[in-house]
Every structure is written in C-alpha cells, then in structure tokens.
Design a protein around this ligand. Structure first.
Ligand code: ADP
Length: 414
C-alpha cells in the first residue's frame, strides 16, 4: 500500500505539491490526471524518492519512506517513465532481466526463477518475439513495452506509471493496461494518465491535480464530469456513461462557449427525448440552461447531464415531489425564458405544467414546428387547460427550433 499524508514538495521556492493526501491499496488502480505542470510526475518522483518532500509523509506498506533501505526500495517500487533511452546495445531480454537485479545478491547470477519472471513479463507485454533483438533496433512503442516488461519482471509491490502507455498504439495500450489492471489486484498501482477515457476505463479511483493541489478525487464517474474538466483543463466536454463499459466517456466539444457568448438563462421543460436536440443547441449557443423536472431514466435527462447541465430530477416512475416543484418554481423565476416542448403529459408530470402556468411572469416559448400549441394530453384535458391559460395571458408563443435559438440568443432585443 502507498500512503501519502499532507505531502508538500518544493523546487527551490516554488511549491509544486501542496498537502497531497491519498492512498493506493492493493486491488485499487489509482489514476492521476491533471494539466501539464500540475505536479503529476513530481508526485511519482516523491514516492520513488527521487525528490525529497518538504512536508508530510509517504509510507509504503506502513513504513515511512525515509526508513526504507535503498535496496528494499529498489526491489519494491518499479517506475515506468514516459520515455526511456537505453544507451547500450543491449538485447530486449537483457533489459527486461535488469528488472531482476535488485533481487540478486552481489555478483550472483540470475536463477531459473529470475529467468522465469523475465519470460513471464515479456509474455504479458507481448514482446517475447523480440527477446533477442537489440533495443536500438525496435520501435519506440516496442521499447516502451520492454520497459514495462522490465518493471513487471521486478515483481514490485508498488508500481508507478508515468503516462507509461501514451506512446503505444491503441491495441497495445489496452493490452498492457489490461495486464496492469489484473496485476493491481496483487500490488499497489498509481498511474499518471493523459487520456481521460483510458483513465476512466481502467482506474478504480482518480485523483485530479491542478497547480499541485488535489482538485477532485473519487471514482471515475464522480470525478470525470463536465464541470471538473472545465475547471481543471478549461475544456468543454460532454460526459456520458458508456452503455457497454458503464464508465464515463468524454467527448470534447469543439464549439466552445467562447465562440458565442450569451447570457440568456433558459429553463427547458421537456421529456421523452423531445428536448434533447434543443438542450444541446441552447448549450452550444452559450445560453445558461437548466432543465427539469425529469425522470432519471429520461433521454433528455441523459442529454442534460452529459453536458453538465443542471436538472431537477425524480427517480423513474415517481411523482414530482413538493421539493422538486419548489425547485422548478425557483428555476422558472430565475430564468429569462422557459422552453416547453410537446412532450406527452400524464398525471406523473402534470405538475411541471401547473407550476409553469402558476409562475405567471416568465415568457414561455413552445417548441412546435406545426405552429400549434398542443401536446399529447393524458390528463383528461388538464394539461391543455394550462396551455390555454398561458396562451390567453399572452405568455406563451409557439416557435420552431431555429426561431427558438434565435430568440434565446437575441432575447434582450425582444
Ligand atoms: P506534470 O507531470 O503534471 O506535468 P511536473 O511534476 O513535471 O508536472 O511539474 C510540476 C511543476 O514543477 C511544474 O511547474 C514544473 O515546471 C516544475 N518542475 C518540474 N521539475 C522541476 C525541476 N527539476 N526543477 C524545478 N522545477 C521543476
């Protein structure tokens, strides 16, 4: 187990790690993400005693790092750096075998156990066929797998990976990380990741660093959110839960909010996918969008949360609680415009319309390409009566999708 408590590291006067506390236990693959210069490599260097902390403590299997002999440290911690150069014309097998040196006595020759560990490591990283080749005559990606094999041959109790697979092609990335993931059941693994989707897929826990501090920590789903990515990397991204892997999937959104600035606050009342397109389009146009009340299994809910848009929610097939009604009334009051789609209305979601009708002030844009304010009404006419009431009060206007975006982006001119 690797434990860090209140770890500080300075380079001269500059504090590059600030009060870092984390734990990597056997069986938990811990990933570190963060922008360049946030301190990721320094963190691994502190754990492998390449840089000395200026505060806090590091423990490996309960022992303070400072009390561990160099030999024990060399045996128990393996590091795979981002890039390695091997100066001499060693064979692949020679380099992998170097992973065994910390285990050998002085001048001792490697035993059959050492050779077996070396063979196993080469097999796990798929480089057995290269074993007699010179490391100077293989590709960069192959060399990186050799270095990973050397770390595995060492049979460490703690494995530190610094963007160790970023130079590999995707199939080898997945292969090597799958191997390491399996190993993480036996040993403590901390890996710095560049690729957010690989981190989300392979890691059990993710620590997000920014300016030397932990900005967020938790499971991939807790940590990899549009809000955190925006805050830490200054990127706009959609995050959905992948239906097959069940892990967060990050897609960068090329249309940045910087392109179109717009401060219109729009609340969208929709359901059943009738709001998905308009929620995305409003978000792209830079509006400050809120949504709900929506059931958590609703397609519109998924569209909103993918973009990090706030949504008032209820569990599937549940009525709209008084709390949610109050939250909806507050959102409507705070909005400049409400967008209403022609989602079917039944007893379960009728309160959305009632709260909207009772709000009285905020203008309502009803999204309908046929120009008519109608919706599938399964409430015996109550939903339609709320619509009529808003139309009669000149609060509700029927608009098409294109007009709607135009209205929201030029709402001040109206
Ligand atoms: P990351 O791995 O997240 O890109 P690093 O840990 O490499 O970040 O660097 C963290 C900060 O420390 C950066 O501002 C970097 O410029 C600085 N830094 C890294 N190594 C040294 C060093 N040897 N001497 C002085 N400053 C350094």
């Amino acid at each position: 187990m690797i434990e860090l408590a209140g770890l500080d590291v300075h380079y001269g006067a500059a504090k590059v790690l600030d009060a870092i506390t984390l734990e990597a236990k056997k069986g938990v693959f811990v990933g570190i993400i963060g922008p360049n210069g946030s301190g990721k490599t320094t963190l691994l260097k502190a754990i492998s005693r390449v840089v000395a902390p200026t505060g806090g403590i590091i423990r490996l299997d309960g022992l303070p790092l400072a009390d561990i002999s160099s030999r024990d440290l060399a045996r128990s911690v393996a590091v795979v750096p981002q890039e390695t150069t091997v100066g001499f014309d060693f064979t692949v097998r020679d380099v992998v075998l170097m992973g065994r040196y910390p285990h050998l006595g002085r001048f001792a020759k490697e035993t059959k156990w050492d050779l077996a560990a070396c063979d196993r490591a080469m097999e796990l990283t798929g480089i057995t066929h290269l074993s007699d080749r010179s490391v100077n005559a293989i590709s960069g990606g192959e060399l990186q797998r050799v270095i990973i094999a050397r770390a595995l041959a060492q049979e460490p109790r703690h494995l530190l990976l610094d963007e160790a697979t970023s130079h590999l092609d995707i199939s080898h990335q997945v292969e090597v990380l799958t191997t390491i993931k399996k190993l993480s059941g036996e040993i403590a693994v901390i890996g710095v990741f560049h690729d957010l989707n690989l981190a989300a897929y392979f890691c059990d826990e993710i620590i997000v660093l920014k300016n030397g501090k932990i900005e967020a920590a938790g499971t991939p789903a807790e940590v990899i959110t549009p809000a955190t990515l925006q805050k830490v990397f200054d990127i706009e991204a959609s995050v959905s839960i992948h239906p097959v892997t069940g892990k967060p999937l990050v897609i960068l959104l090329p249309l940045s909010r910087e392109v179109v600035k717009n401060d219109c606050r729009v609340h969208v009342i929709s359901g059943g996918g009738t709001g998905t397109e308009i929620i995305r389009a409003l978000h792209r146009s830079g509006c400050r969008v809120t949504t709900g009340v929506l059931a958590m299994n609703d397609t519109d809910y998924a569209a909103a949360t993918e973009l990090g848009i706030a949504c008032i929610t209820e569990p599937p097939f549940s009525p709209i609680t008084e709390n949610s009604q109050a939250a909806l009334a507050a959102q409507i009051a705070a909005a400049d415009l409400v967008v209403l789609t022609s989602a079917p209305v039944g007893p379960g979601n009728l309160d959305n319309l009632r709260v909207l009708a009772e709000a009285e002030k905020t203008p309502v844009l009803f999204l309908a390409d046929d120009g008519r304010a109608t919706l599938p009404d399964y409430t015996g006419g109550k939903a339609t009566a709320y619509l009529d009431r808003m139309t009669a009060a000149h609060r509700l206007e029927v608009v098409t999708g294109n007009d709607l975006i135009d209205r929201c982006t030029h709402w001040r001119e109206k």
